[in-house]
Design a protein around this ligand. Sequence first.
Ligand code: C2E
Ligand code: MG
Ligand code: MG
Length: 705
Amino acid sequence: MGENTQVIRKPLVLVASDDTGQRQLICGVLDQFGFRTMTADDGKSAFLLFRKHQPDAVILDVQQGESDGFAACEAIRNQDTGRETPIFIVTERDDEDSIERAYRLAATDIVFRPVSLPVLPHRIRYALRNARSLSDLAGLVRAIPDLIFVVNEQGEVQDGLSGPDATHTLQLKALTTASQIHFYPCENDDGALECIKRALQTGKPQVYEHVLDSLGIHLETRFVTRDKNTVLAIVRDITERKSAEAKIFNLAYYDELTELPNRELFGQSLERTIALAKQEQQKFAVLFVDLDRFKRINDTLGHTIGDELLKDVAARLSRCTRSTDSFAQVDPTASGHIKLARLGGDEFVIKLYGVDSEESVSLVATRIIDALTPPFTCAGHQFVVTPSIGIALYPQDGQTGEELLMNADSAMYRAKSVGRNNFKFYSETMRTKSLHRLDLENLIRTAIQEQQFELHYQPKVDAETFRLVGAEALLRWNHPERGAIAPDDFIPIAEETGLIIPLGQWVLVEACKQVKVWSTSPVGAVPVSVNISSRQFRENGLIRDVLDAVSLAGIQASQLELEITESVMLQDVEKTLLELKVLKEAGVSLSIDDFGTGYSSLSYLKRFPIDTIKIDRSFVQDLHLDTDDAAICAAILAMSRQLGLNVVAEGVETREQLEFLRKHKCNHIQGHICSKPLTPEAFFALLVRISGRAANSDHRAEKTA
Ligand code: C2E
Ligand code: MG
Ligand code: MG
């Protein structure tokens, strides 16, 4: 260590004495002990020197004159820099007044005459060490953002020790003016008083959180026992932490898009409801709500509009869960029981507590369907969104939350497969084994290998004459154990997993073979349309598959039509356009399926080589009831006429619908009003009948190999 640092580190002691000899003696000894010294011969000059040099310690041995040692002590203590400096006052051993006065003026220590020279340096050193510890502590206390003060058992503030803007001696006054937390009202706060009492009784620190409503500040106070009657209250502003915690809680437990509780939170609440229901011997229902064909809207119009729609749906569901009587009793205990949540995607779930019968649950399910019935308007588009609802009841349909959700889910699948826009109880579906995504994927794989698929054909007829104009090939899956599985249940999964490619190839080949069979039979050719999913377009090879199927079967390309959805036209427009043109030039007809549910863009229609559009069943369904749907249908029909397009109305079931369509010059219809989809045999029989060849009964219907 260098000489300089040594010098700098030597503590400086100011020795003030009106006795020159004494001064020299003290300085001499202190020198010996490694102190630096400076001297003054009266109180006043001692004070001036103090201000100028900031000595580390002061010895005041001044008795005469106006400005004696006491006056100097007081003056130094009044300096900001002098509050903690060790000050020694030299007095007579028996001069009690002086002793008393010295302490009152906050002298650090008293040194009696005659000054014991060997002891003095040690006392100074000791005092310096103390002062340093104290100033470290004070610095620490100042540095922490907490307010620290002393309160008694009644919660009354005794003393403030620190605060963000207060040096510790300024105490509470500074806290009350400078700090944002004006005052911490322990004495009016029962919770705080309780903690203080407990801290005093147990000697253990107590933590107490509360909110200053007026300021929106969250405080955390630690009460630490100080002595028999008082505790230290260490108050921390935890507002930021609280809001971060709230944010994390929201992220973990709420769905960002709809602000509804998410699956996690709903799951927890479900467990609580089960516990409650057990205790109260109550029943409750879990309704699993899934939107029909939402994926198609999302694919076609993009996620922004899909998201908007989900928000609107969430809002309608919230409104209906709030207003329906049956929901009023959902929440018997507190906010912990959640009625509505979004599980993800287009899946919502509703909990109905204390329902006593299936009828009352049915009533609520019907109200939910009704609430979603009016069309949604997003970004200028109108959508019809129908829900499929699956219902599981506690206790009969499941003992755990997971079981209830799973069973409500499979009941929902059932509701979808029997025609959407309705609800099904799990108990009804018990006999048909439930299907889940994961095993479905494996099932599809084996089904392709084991040829469990077949095609049914639904006639398309002229709206005026009912003359047959073609047929749509619709995929059917007959599972050996599970029975018939509806296309809407497995096609989305086949699309997601890519299994739609081999499946779609099979459909094309099979449909073309069927066309060949009919065209060589006496009933003559029937054009057949095949549904092509957007995934088939995205993968390369569709054109090859189509042309291969046509030439393999040896049919005219013009006898094959492809049904594509609007979403196909929106993905990679230029590539799609090119491919459609190639197909069109090869002679294949093209139609837009489910028109109206997606983008319904006129400009796209004009650009693409389309022959036909098929108005979606959801518009046809309520033609006679819903003026919106009727208006949309009429508009589509008028527009198609202008563009010279052929129109097929899908899902025509009633005479009213037919009349409306005829009135608006719809040329073709498809739907139960003329026929359901039929097996090839049944379709052939129909052909035979309508072609007036019924007499030719020995002609056996042929089924494709
Ligand atoms: P889509 O192409 O719109 O087919 C029309 C659907 O409406 C068929 O349902 C048909 O049975 C049904 N339908 C026809 N008329 C009526 C009626 O009057 N009332 C009612 N309620 N329904 C009627 P399906 O066969 O269940 O097929 C559903 C969807 O599955 C099809 O809708 C199509 O998008 C898809 N799909 C079917 N087969 C295939 C296929 O081979 N490949 C692909 N990619 N998708 C297919
Ligand atoms: Mg179709
Ligand atoms: Mg359709």
